[in-house]
Design a protein around this ligand. Structure first.
Ligand code: ADP
Length: 740
């Protein structure tokens, strides 16, 4: 929703407030104007009636006077109807009543027989028989008022005449009295009224001719206005008003009219419609102007007041903002200007007091805050320490561990985990559980089902042999478990434990057991047979046979002893318990002593030794018996795996660290695919032949174990049919070692 400023609100409110009285006043003004207009119309009507009454009175008065004269003449004897007598009567009337231009007595033949006029010309004898009024008075036998005419009776000016019949003693008409009216007094009568601006009166006779019209020409020319709609309406309605367009003026006029009874004259007062409208419009526009001025003034005043109020509120808002922003300013006249409303002043004061209080509380709050911060920091530090310890523990573990959250994302993995599965640490910590197991599945293609079980079941343990990145096989036991606290599960954990060593020892144990069952059986059976033979009491054996049996038993016991020795040695090597007792030794002495310790089989084969050792060979630092054991083993193999007359060539050279002793034979040699595995426990190239030759597959493994215990090495170079060369790297005696 859009918010308008306080100023707009106030200005609008002021404008609305101003509009209400303006509208009330305006409508009152309009009704007033309407009333005034109506009043003016009524006035016009009243004037019309007054005018009508005045004309009527004037005409009736003059008619009555003429009628009285006619009655006097009628009442007089014929003898008194002489010109002189009549003229005297006429004169008397004219002198008593103004307004006649001439009064005449017309005889029944239409000839004027007596006259009294202002002019010298008395018109005596003039015949007026053809005049309209003559015909009318003769025909109607009563008083008539003529229509406007021009004639000698009126001294050739437009005139109106009153004709009243006279009777003789026999009640027969004896002509009539003709009184010609002067129009000037009528004009004076008509024009004496105030008709107002742009209004004028009109008087017409019964034939529609203008007795009085502001345009005098119309009277002079005896214009016929009987066809004017206003005249038609007047005769129809007798009195009333209406808007008419007259032939004499082009514009519309408001006319109020009245017909004078008996004489059927029409009087009207006319006002131009434009004038009526102009008055109305003028009055209205003045009102409107006043209203607009009032509105503008109100809005301006409103706006000014709003600005003042707005300014104060703005200052107050700014002040509170500064307080909120932390700048504590004292209350002054800039914040609440003088003349601002009391409520704003109070509001500002409240704000100020509030700010003061806040400032007071702020100190305490800051203190509290810093204490709180210290405590939080302490706790954070403790947590961090705990976390670091925990992390160190997890990182130091030989087990790989990975924790998954409820969204199946890795939340923690130690470096062991990254190392075993060859996944870079940053990648591992961003992994999804599914992606991680897809990667693991690549290393264990045939164990999909178990892997699935691992992720699906709440707590499960599985064993896997994993081919690590370096090509080494590792035997791992993985435990999957739910991470939970107070019965709430947070995620899942996997611990991969490297059990390779344990597994190997286990395998060795099995191997040794199987070795015992196979290799011990033959000599023990043989010993048992020999002893049983010797123990027989029913037979007599000669001394040479007994000797032969005993030698056989001795040989078998020797074999068992060798086996047990080998067994013990390999167990020591595998468990890391192989101890050596080194000393400075001369290589050629060692070789000689080993040659002498060769088993009988070797000596029987007439083994030929070709010893090529330089006299200045450096001393080696080795365990005498163990090194001898290695050499004997190599010599024995050289004889054992030989299908011809065995020749053993012994040579040596030295470098910085080692004396390299080479034992080369002319035996059957070893195929390339076997060379790498030759030093593995129980590894035999050809089991059938080795069984034949009495080997166990432990000899070279023990040799390697002994050499490694010395910090030396053993290698082989061989090709089938070309003999083999075993090279020993024996650490040189450096003179720093403690000599025993
Ligand atoms: P053993 O001789 O008891 O079988 P070794 O560990 O001494 O066990 O030797 C392992 C295998 O290596 C032998 O079975 C044999 O096939 C082969 N071998 C060892 N020495 C030689 C050699 N000098 N010439 C040919 N083959 C040999």
């Amino acid at each position: 929703m859009k918010h308008y400023s306080m100023r707009s609100h106030l200005t609008l409110t002021f404008a609305i407030m101003a509009m209400i009285p303006i509208l009330i006043l305006g409508s009152f003004q309009v009704s007033q104007i309407t009333y005034i207009t109506q009043e003016s119309n009524r006035n016009q009507q009243m004037t019309t009636y007054r005018l009508g009454d005045a004309v009527q009175d004037y005409m009736y008065y003059h008619r009555n006077a003429v009628e009285t004269l006619a009655a006097t003449i009628t009442a007089s004897d014929a003898a008194f109807r002489t010109r002189e007598s009549l003229t005297l009567k006429l004169q008397s009337l004219r002198e008593n009543l103004e307004g006649f231009t001439g009064i005449y007595v017309v005889d029944p033949n239409g000839s004027i027989k007596a006259a009294h006029t202002t002019a010298n010309n008395t018109l005596i004898g003039v015949n007026v028989q053809d005049r309209d009024y003559t015909k009318r008075v003769q025909a109607m036998q009563k008083t008539i008022v003529s229509s406007l005419f021009q004639g000698p009776e009126g001294a050739n000016r437009p005139s109106v005449a009153i004709a009243v019949p006279i009777y003789n003693g026999n009640k027969q008409t004896d002509g009539f009295v003709l009184a010609v009216l002067d129009l000037a007094p009528l004009k004076a009568l008509v024009t004496k009224y105030d008709y107002g601006k742009e209004a004028y009166p009109v008087v017409l006779d019964h034939a529609g001719k203008p007795i009085y019209h502001p345009n005098a020409k119309l009277t002079d020319t005896l214009a016929d206005l009987s066809k004017e709609p206003v005249v038609v309406d007047a005769f129809l309605h007798k009195q009333g008003e209406g808007k008419y367009t007259l032939s004499t003026s082009a514009q519309k006029e408001l006319i109020t009219y009245k017909v004078i009874p008996e004489i059927d004259w029409i009087v009207w007062v006319s006002k131009s419609n434009a004038a009526v409208n102009a008055a109305f419009t003028e009055s209205l526009s003045i009102t409107m102007l006043l209203l607009v001025i009032t509105l503008i003034l109100t809005v301006l005043l409103g706006s000014y007041l709003a600005r003042r109020l707005n300014g104060t509120i703005h200052a107050l808002v700014g002040y509170t903002q500064r307080l909120a922003g932390g700048s504590f300013v004292a209350l002054d006249s800039k914040v609440v200007p003088r003349g601002a409303p009391l409520e704003l002043q109070l509001l500002a004061e409240h704000f100020f007091r509030m700010a003061e209080q806040i400032k007071e509380n702020q100190g305490a709050l800051l203190q509290l805050n810093s204490e709180l911060e210290e405590r939080v920091e302490e706790r954070t530090q403790r947590l961090q320490d705990e976390h670091a310890t925990l992390n160190a523990v997890l990182e130091s573990m030989s087990d790989a561990i990975v924790l998954i959250d409820m969204n199946q994302s890795v939340v923690y993995a130690n470096h062991r985990m990254a190392e075993i599965f060859g996944i870079p640490m940053p990648e591992l910590t961003m992994m999804h559980e599914n992606t991680l197991f897809e990667r693991i599945a690549v290393l264990l293609p045939e164990r999909q089902e178990e892997l699935h079980k691992l992720t699906a079941e709440p707590s499960v343990q599985e064993a896997f042999t994993v081919q690590t990145e370096h090509g080494k096989e590792r035997f791992m036991i993985v435990s999957a478990f739910q991470v939970a606290r107070d019965g709430r599960v947070f995620g899942r954990g996997y611990v991969w434990r490297d059990m390779t060593k344990e597994h190997e020892i286990d395998a060795l144990k099995n191997d040794l057991i199987s070795l015992a069952s196979h290799e011990f059986k033959t000599p023990i059976t043989s010993i048992r047979g020999g002893v049983e033979t010797l123990l027989r009491v029913d037979a007599q054996w000669d001394e040479s046979f007994k000797q032969e049996l005993l030698e056989g038993i001795h040989e078998d016991i020797g074999r068992i002893q060798d086996l047990i020795d080998d067994w013990l040695d390999i167990s020591k090597i595998e468990s890391g318990a192989m101890r050596i007792n080194p000393q400075a030794l001369r290589v050629e002495v060692m070789v000689g002593s080993a040659m002498r310790r060769l088993p009988q089989q070797a000596s029987e084969a007439h083994t030929q030794f070709d010893v090529r050792l330089a006299g200045n060979l450096p001393l080696v630092y080795a365990d005498k018996l163990r090194l001898e054991q290695v050499l004997v083993n190599l010599f024995t193999n050289a004889v054992r795996y030989n299908e011809q007359h065995p020749i053993i060539q012994i040579s040596a050279w030295a470098d910085e660290r080692f004396v390299h002793l080479e034992v080369q034979d002319n035996g059957i040699g070893i195929a390339a695919e076997h060379v790498d595995k030759l030093f593995d426990r129980f590894y035999r190239v050809d089991v059938s032949s080795s069984r034949q030759t009495g080997g166990t597959g432990l000899g070279l493994a023990i040799c390697q174990g002994i050499m490694e215990a010395h910090g030396g090495e053993i290698h082989v170079r061989s090709k089938p049919g070309e003999g083999s060369t075993f090279i020993l790297a024996i650490p040189r005696f450096r003179g720093e070692e403690e000599l025993i």
